[in-house]
Design a protein around this ligand. Structure first.
Ligand SMILES: [Zn+2]
Length: 295
């Protein structure tokens, strides 16, 4: 289990005559923690960080104990990316190949599209119902912001603008990370759609905004400030993994008696690493014996 306090936070806003909703997140410390835990190199850091920034904003669209699980299943060198979040700003993420570094793209930016490749974006929402909601769309760009915007439009029929950004220092650490989602609610006036499209087209690059130290309030104010902007909620954001020793014990028990007896025969501590947070859990031969009795 991990739980650290950060200065990161997310704002949820409404604008227009409740025709627009917006989410903006500052996630620098959260993505830094993911970078350190997984030892990601820049292209992997950007791909994982963008996915986690989207996940935490999509978590803020949920209520109560609901959860959102994101899977980016591309054929690029970073492999599979997963992130999940709840409604309270807790997010974690995993990337299959953390050691991916690529030459910059034509714009001189981290080439996330190449790192991710082509494939699918899967969104699963556990809304406490019998069956989770599941939406799958093709990756349309691999840059991820556009891919999430396409998901909202194609799978949820919600016109959305999505900007995700992760800036990486020369030493590989995270300088700034965050995201912005603006969505048109059903029944929104046509002219608002045109206005927002124009505004997003002319907006400075998102990474430049967060690099200049702009806070979520300032980003939202710049985007929606003249449209009767109302801040509804401010939620602290942090990297949080739900793993625990008890959960890992259940994983071991589920592996079955034979597997556990093999581990015991090796006469060494068994080690299990949580793939979401890289915490290592050790089980002594004595503990393994106790678990074998439970299989
Ligand atoms: Zn964990």
């Amino acid at each position: 289990m991990t739980d650290s306090q950060t200065c990161d936070y997310l704002l949820r806003v409404m604008a227009g005559d409740n025709e627009i909703r917006g989410f903006a997140v500052l996630a620098t410390e959260t993505i830094s923690e993911a970078q350190r835990r997984h030892g990601t190199l820049p292209a992997a850091t950007a791909a994982l960080g963008r996915t986690m920034a989207a996940a935490v904003m999509m978590g803020a669209m949920l209520k109560g104990e609901d959860k959102v699980f994101i899977q980016v299943l591309g054929d690029g060198p970073v492999g599979r990316i997963m992130a999940d979040a709840d409604a309270y700003g807790k997010v974690r993420g995993y990337i299959e190949n953390p050691l991916v570094h690529l030459p910059p793209n034509a714009q001189g930016k981290i080439d996330v599209a190449r790192a991710v490749g082509q494939g699918q974006l899967v969104v699963i929402k556990d809304l406490g119902l019998k069956e989770p909601y599941r939406g799958t769309v093709p990756l349309v760009s691999g840059e991820l912001g556009e891919d999430f915007a396409y998901y909202f439009l194609a799978s949820e029929q919600v016109p959305s603008a999505v900007a995700l950004g992760v800036l990486v220092e020369r030493d590989g650490s995270v300088r700034a990370a965050g995201g912005l989602i603006v969505q048109l609610m059903p029944g929104a006036r046509e002219e608002l759609a045109d206005l927002l499209t124009e505004r997003f087209t002319n907006m400075p690059p998102f990474t430049r905004m967060i690099d200049s130290g702009m806070k979520p309030e300032e980003i939202l104010h710049m985007t929606l400030g003249d449209l009767d902007l109302k801040v509804l909620e401010r939620t602290p954001v942090r990297f949080h993994c739900t793993c625990s020793r008890e959960r890992l014990e259940q994983v071991l028990i589920a592996m079955g008696r034979e597997e556990l007896e093999d581990m015991l025969a090796a006469q060494q501590d068994a080690e299990i690493t949580c793939r979401f947070c890289s915490n290592v859990y050790r089980f002594t031969p004595l503990e393994l014996k106790r678990l074998i009795l439970q299989t």
